[in-house]
Write a protein that binds this ligand. Structure first.
Ligand code: NAI
Length: 359
């Protein structure tokens, strides 16, 4: 008798757990720009959510939006998916309720169009800001100490130091444009290197001030810094923040690092500054026209973009393909937050304010 009650109880608990996990079984999320690492991580994390996941490798844009099935609950998109008003009109007609960004930035979404159709746009406001900050530091150190050149040189038994001369980070003045989550993590690392850290942001972070960061105007940062790192979002105000005029304010021989968004810098003006030596080093993880290039293997293709080819021809320029976020820790956090955002929205629970993107 006792054994029967125990078995019934266990069955009941199992049924509740099964129902909790599988209540989203017929709720479909369609992924765009899905890469093998996205599929592995999202499938792992979905074990506790039970959504129906479908993955497309292509980016979302007008060319493919008609492939979205009627009744798809959410589309899950990344930095280079192009959600114009036209695309969002079609998503709305298909019954899509949520646009889930598996990234922080949302400059690629027509928010007004989403609002018009009552589609909720959610994102992952923070996923290991340290991952991005640490990549900015990796770029800085690679450019400075030329470890990429040393690696190749030593493999050819060339132990000469000619051309590998760097500079001490300690004692240099570092200018940080925007001290949100990533900029703040970057400031802390730079303070640890023994740098003087100057910052510009619309808001001052008291913890950073207490740690020794000086907030001054944008122009003053450019004028005083040896190294400048960009960490602000791309908005109409920050578009081409680094241009011919603002490059003219920088020290001769400055270093510029951009891990934020490509269109923060006017690439042609930056190329001109590299030619004159105004910029001694440039490290970019993002590029204004990156949607045609990044996240793809184009090693067998002819690249028609002459601007990126010119950039890559400089010995003092380092380009990485939007990989600053790309750590195991960040991918796990992205998958967990994205699925949880969609779960909360599907159950009528309001997610954190920072998660839902409003116009
Ligand atoms: P956040 O929202 O925590 O901080 C943004 C900061 O920028 C805020 O302090 C804000 O006051 C400031 N800000 C906004 N407009 C500004 C302006 N015009 N001038 C100066 N400051 C301004 O954002 P978080 O997490 O630090 O991310 C920053 C950016 O990094 C994202 O918008 C995204 O574009 C980029 N990013 C790049 C990644 C990569 O893999 N390369 C990964 C994740 C984010």
């Amino acid at each position: 008798m006792i054994a029967t009650v125990d078995i019934n109880y266990k069955c009941w608990v199992y049924c509740i757990k099964f129902a909790a996990i599988h209540q989203h079984l017929f709720m479909k999320i369609l992924f765009f720009s899905a890469k093998p690492y996205d599929i592995i991580t999202f499938n792992q994390h979905n074990a506790t959510y039970g959504f129906e996941l479908e993955y497309l490798e292509t980016h979302l844009g007008p060319h493919i939006v008609n492939a979205v099935d009627e009744g798809t609950y959410a589309v899950c998109v990344f930095v280079n998916d192009n959600l114009t008003g036209e695309v969002i009109d079609v998503l709305a007609a298909k019954g899509v309720k949520v646009i889930a960004l598996r990234c922080a930035g949302f400059n690629n979404i027509d928010l007004a169009a989403a609002k018009k159709h009552g589609i909720t746009v959610c994102r992952v406001p923070a996923y290991s800001p340290e991952a991005v900050a640490e990549h900015a530091v990796a770029m800085l150190l690679t450019l400075n100490r030329k470890t990429h050149k040393a690696y190749n040189r030593v493999r050819e038994q060339n132990f000469s130091l000619n051309g590998l001369l760097g500079f001490n980070m300690h004692g240099k003045t570092v200018g940080v444009i925007a001290t949100g989550r990533i900029g703040k993590a970057f400031c802390k690392i730079m303070l640890g290197f023994g740098c003087k850290v100057l910052a510009f942001d619309l808001y001052k972070d008291q913890e950073l001030i207490a740690a020794g960061v000086d907030y001054i105007s944008f122009e003053e940062v450019l004028q005083q810094a040896d190294i400048i790192s960009l960490h602000c979002p791309l908005t109409p105000e920050s578009h081409h923040l680094i241009n011919k005029e603002t490059l003219g304010l920088m020290k001769h021989g400055a270093t510029l690092i951009n891990t934020s968004r490509g269109a923060l810098i006017d690439t042609h003006a930056v190329i001109a500054a590299l030619k004159t030596g105004r910029l001694a080093y440039l490290g970019i993880d993002v590029y204004e026209q990156e949607d045609r290039l990044f996240f793809k293997d184009l090693s067998g293709s002819i690249i028609e973009d002459d601007t990126i080819q010119r950039l890559m021809s400089f010995p003092n320029v380092l380009v990485t393909g939007h990989q600053a976020f790309f750590t195991e820790d960040a991918l796990a956090q992205i998958a967990e937050t994205t699925l949880n955002n969609i779960r909360q929205l599907s159950e009528g629970i309001a997610p954190d304010a920072a998660v839902v993107v409003k116009v």
